[in-house]
Design a protein around this ligand. Structure first.
Ligand SMILES: [Zn+2]
Length: 184
């Protein structure tokens, strides 16, 4: 399934980290590198100067707009000319978003029918977002594949659901373990 794509994406990011080394670059410039690297996997990266730093992923599914690739990852940054050392951002922040959106792609393929857009993490504290069946699945898959996400996701699900809605918490746990969290 998309485990193979996850491995390919991770390899591409590792190579990009090696290429960029310790160099500090701006977010738009990083997006150019990412677009060259990930065009073949149908992922597009965009960025915009905004009020705060955030990364969001969109799975366009079968309701693609013109010129839109299947997966779109958007970075907002809050300081003009802001430069980063790309390693942490690429591995800890961008990789989990790719993994999560790939899972939505997989869900759609499994279902064999059209699916509406998914937005990653923009409403991450939101009860209905986290309890959505596809989001539980995508978040569990992300937790199992991305060490940087797993603690955060485990504690969100525990905090929000374990007391009053344990079925959502248990569904998340069960899936995360099934997807291999124990092997990491
Ligand atoms: Zn999602």
């Amino acid at each position: 399934m998309s485990n193979r794509n996850v491995k390919v994406a991770r390899k591409k990011l590792d190579i990009l980290v090696d290429t960029l080394q310790e160099r500090e670059i701006t977010i738009p410039s990083l997006c150019r590198y990412l677009n060259n690297t990930f065009n073949s996997m149908s992922i597009r990266f965009t960025s915009k100067l905004d009020d705060f730093f955030s990364i969001s992923g969109f799975f366009a599914g079968s309701v693609k707009l013109d010129n839109e690739l299947r997966y779109n990852i958007h970075i907002d940054y809050d300081e003009k000319g802001f430069k980063i050392n790309p390693k942490e951002l690429l591995i800890d922040e961008i990789f989990p978003v790719i993994v999560h959106e790939f899972r939505h792609g997989y869900q759609e393929r499994q279902r064999g029918k059209k699916q509406l857009k998914h937005q990653h993490r923009s409403a991450s504290d939101d009860f209905s977002y986290l309890s959505d069946k596809d989001e539980i699945d995508a978040n569990a898959f992300e937790a199992a594949n991305c060490p940087n996400s797993s603690n955060w996701l485990f504690s969100r699900y525990k905090e929000i659901f374990s007391k009053d809605y344990p079925e959502y918490y248990h569904r998340f746990l069960k899936k995360a373990y099934t997807y291999g969290i124990l092997n990491k």
